[in-house]
Design a protein around this ligand. Structure first.
Ligand SMILES: Nc1ncnc2c1ncn2[C@@H]1O[C@H](COP(=O)(O)OP(=O)(O)OP(=O)(O)O)[C@@H](O)[C@H]1O
Ligand SMILES: [Mg+2]
Length: 271
């Protein structure tokens, strides 16, 4: 036993590293499929409305054509900004990070998928301080939560993403709430366990089913000295709250702060 344990631990460490790598690829895969599809759509829109504007000389048609071309161009620019955002975030460093832009960038990646399932996304992005974070990892957490929310809703529904400042706890809170199926109490206890999944396998978008999503979310939030907790009601929906330490205003840029977290645990807290 005493010989196998360190071996096992080593293997687990290696597997965890591989998982983190694979999850990075999720964001990248999302990006590649979004950009190729969306750029094609955007180009088609631009070409067709430019043709329409040339064909019909009246003001109304031309204004409409220009508006459509402008909207398509703006969408393309949003996508390229997200690509640049992800590329910028490739480093492993923990640095002052704006959670609101991270939410915007992550949503661009899933916009097409949410539209496909007719899921409305509401954003409430308040004015918040930066957090000391690895943007790449927090983006993975966001993608995991948003994909779970989408899968819990199946078709039609709402997802709310909120970013707010909890001044008394000195945290920036990220809230992802859905009005999907909800989680019964006996399962709620297990959702952060590695390999716990109620999904039969990947869905038609190729996502879900390994049961590692939330377990890696928790590892990532732990590494950020944050907290992740969940509340859920069957038939009503689920709400995940992530609390990340706010960066101290002046010291933040030069050193990694080790903040103290609020300790008033709620029953649904995972740790
Ligand atoms: N927003 C949600 N609404 C309802 N159930 C959820 C929600 N998020 C997670 N769950 C439940 O928790 C389980 C574990 O989630 P987790 O993300 O860890 O794994 P998964 O989504 O099944 O697979 P993957 O590793 O591919 O993400 C899910 O199978 C599901 O039953
Ligand atoms: Mg998942």
């Amino acid at each position: 036993m005493s010989e196998t344990t360190p071996d096992l631990e080593k293997q687990i460490a290696i597997l965890k590293q591989q998982l983190a790598q694979a999850q990075k690829m999720t964001a990248l895969g999302e990006l590649v499929s979004t950009t190729t599809h969306e750029f094609n759509n955007v180009l088609m829109t631009i070409i067709n409305y430019a043709k329409l504007g040339l064909r019909y000389k009246d003001d109304a048609s031309r204004v409409k054509a220009f508006e459509k071309i402008l909207a398509a161009g703006q969408r393309a620019s949003k996508i390229t900004n997200s690509v640049l955002g992800v590329a910028r975030n490739r480093s492993d460093a923990f640095e002052p990070t704006d959670l609101c832009s991270l939410v915007e960038e992550s949503l661009v990646l899933l916009e097409r998928e949410f539209n496909k399932y007719r899921i409305q996304v509401d954003k409430q992005l308040g004015k918040v301080p930066e957090v000391i974070a690895n943007a790449n990892q927090i983006q993975q957490v966001l993608l995991n939560l948003l994909i779970n929310a989408r899968q819990a809703i199946k078709e039609r529904g709402q997802v709310l993403i909120k970013v707010e400042h909890d001044e008394s706890a000195q945290t920036v809170d990220l809230i992802v709430r859905d009005n999907g199926a909800g989680i019964p109490a006996e399962k709620l206890r297990r959702i952060f366990d590695p390999f716990f999944s109620t999904k039969v396998g990947p869905d038609e978008t190729g996502k879900g089913g390994t049961g590692l999503g939330l377990s890696s979310c928790r590892d990532i939030i732990d590494a950020h000295r944050g907290k992740i907790r969940v509340e859920s009601t069957v038939g009503k929906g689920t709400c995940f709250t992530i609390k990340l330490p706010a960066a101290k205003k002046t010291a933040a840029r030069v050193s990694l702060v080790t903040p103290t977290m609020s300790t008033n645990a709620t029953p649904s807290e995972t740790r």
